[in-house]
Design a protein around this ligand. Sequence first.
Ligand code: DQA
Length: 147
Amino acid sequence: HHFLVINGPNLNALGQREPTIYGTNTLDSLENEVKTFGKERGCHVTCVQSNYEGKIIDWIHDAPKQYQGIVLNPAAFTHYSIAIRDALSSIDLPVIEVHISNVHQREAFRHKSVTAPVVIGQIVGLGFKGYTYALDYLLKTVQKEDK
Ligand code: DQA
């Protein structure tokens, strides 16, 4: 199996960016953590990050050709990108939404997710661990389908 992890805008700055909220570990370490988790379970994980909405939309559109599921942190786009929501609705692939911080403890504008209604579920506030938990769920879901 092959899974795609997509990180949205400003997540390339993990480690430097608001460390009291997002921690001091980098995007590289996050990606290594999920890839290692996947490898230990015999699956392949590809990680991508972009600050551009259109690029994220293209990755979502192309994902069904290569991947069995997506772990997505749309970052700030979560709160207002109808275009990313529509892209998610256009594909038939399991997607889990992840947020590193507990968005519900933060500003009111972060409480709303326009993407959450069109994905399987959401993991918020568990730090980097949220990505591996999401991947674990996707793995178990596709393994069940294999049987
Ligand atoms: C975030 C939460 C968003 O509100 C914010 O814009 C981000 C990161 C998170 O992972 O906690 O960039 O998605």
